[in-house]
Design a protein. Structure first.
Length: 343
């Protein structure tokens, strides 16, 4: 039986945007990503040897000391602390990043389910969204197991975001474009941070190294899908819609980045870290401001490509302190990072 024609133009446009089968290039991209999920997938309890002796979490293990690419790990105050204190801070920090990550991915899974509920029959987006949801479920299992093994009772997301989070996935159906920009606001900071740590080459605890490697490998597909989804849809928006979206994007990037990257109040109280140090780390010191800007070079490239970098939007990016040049290609390493590695 044919789908009943919508009575309003808004619903007609929404339904038309949900049907992607006439875009051959986009369909081929989705099929490639789906096949990649079938061929190259991970299971947290098959692919990580949690009970192996070398994966054991033992006291005074210096591999938990934060790398210099972490905003806290690169700060002189942290580096001046006794080794046992650095280890304690490092474990808390890494465990909380994992907890925030699984909280965010829990929201993402529910949003993908909400979006896929409305996808029309025959759409290749349905299959890929379900593949991604399965992978994100495995990531939440992996992150929670990491937190459990570390034995650190961390809170994860800020309390306000925990109260608001039930509403976020509901936006994925009626407002998928803002939702997928929100997806990038959550995925890009974690992906950027983990890639920096892996590129640095510091000796890491096997649990953290393996979890990061798996997460980075699969997030490449997820981020690619979000970018391509927005590349397809954003240029077709009306001028007023694009203008509002151009303001929404930098604000969302900064708010969610702070929720993910900046530790909660409990962290600062637990380790009695001076307020001045906190301000320098997030984000008044030149190095931390550069870290913040570099995190969103891919999103700035996306906004340039889709017409979301108007003069007002550029000002908002600057006010949010996440302005800068766009990446030349996706996942381009920060140039100062390459210089540091080479030296």
């Amino acid at each position: 039986m044919a789908v009943k024609e919508a009575r309003t133009r808004v619903i007609q446009r929404w339904r038309k945007n949900m049907d992607v089968r006439d875009d051959t290039e986009y369909v081929e991209m989705l099929e490639t990503l789906s096949e990649g999920s079938v061929r190259r997938s991970f299971n947290p309890f098959n692919d990580i040897e949690w009970d192996s002796p070398e994966f054991a979490v033992i006291p005074n293990d210096e591999r938990w000391i934060l790398p210099a690419t972490d905003p806290i790990g690169g700060h002189p105050w942290y580096q001046a602390q006794p080794v046992d204190r650095q280890i304690e801070i490092g474990m808390w920090r890494q465990a909380n990043v994992a907890k925030v990550g699984l909280h965010f991915e829990n929201i993402l899974i529910r949003g993908l389910m909400e979006y896929s509920f409305w996808v029309p029959n025959g759409s290749p987006e349905y299959r890929y969204c379900l593949h991604e949801s399965v992978e994100e479920c495995n990531h939440t299992l992996m992150f929670q197991e990491m937190v459990n093994r570390m034995g650190v009772d961390v809170p994860g997301m800020p309390k306000l975001l925990k109260w608001l989070q039930p509403l976020i996935p509901l936006a994925a159906g009626p407002f998928p474009i803002p939702f997928f920009f929100g997806v990038l606001a959550g995925e890009e900071p974690i992906d950027h941070t983990q890639k920096n740590v892996l590129r640095e080459g510091k000796a890491l605890h096997p649990i953290m190294e393996r979890v990061m490697a798996i997460h980075v490998a699969e997030e490449a597909r997820h981020i690619s899908f979000a970018h391509q989804y927005l590349h397809k849809r954003v240029p077709a928006l009306r001028r007023k819609q694009r203008w509002m979206l151009s303001i929404f994007v930098p604000l969302t990037m900064r708010i969610l980045c702070s929720a993910i990257v900046v530790p909660p109040r409990e962290f600062w109280k637990e380790f009695d870290i001076p307020r001045s140090v906190r301000k320098e780390i997030f984000f008044s010191a030149p190095e931390s401001r550069m870290f913040l800007r570099n995190m969103f070079s891919d999103v700035r490239m996306l906004c340039h490509d889709t017409g979301l970098m108007n003069p007002i939007a550029k000002l908002v990016w600057k006010i949010c302190k996440i302005d800068g040049p766009p990446a030349r290609y996706r996942s381009e390493p920060a140039r100062e990072h390459l210089v540091a590695v080479a030296s």
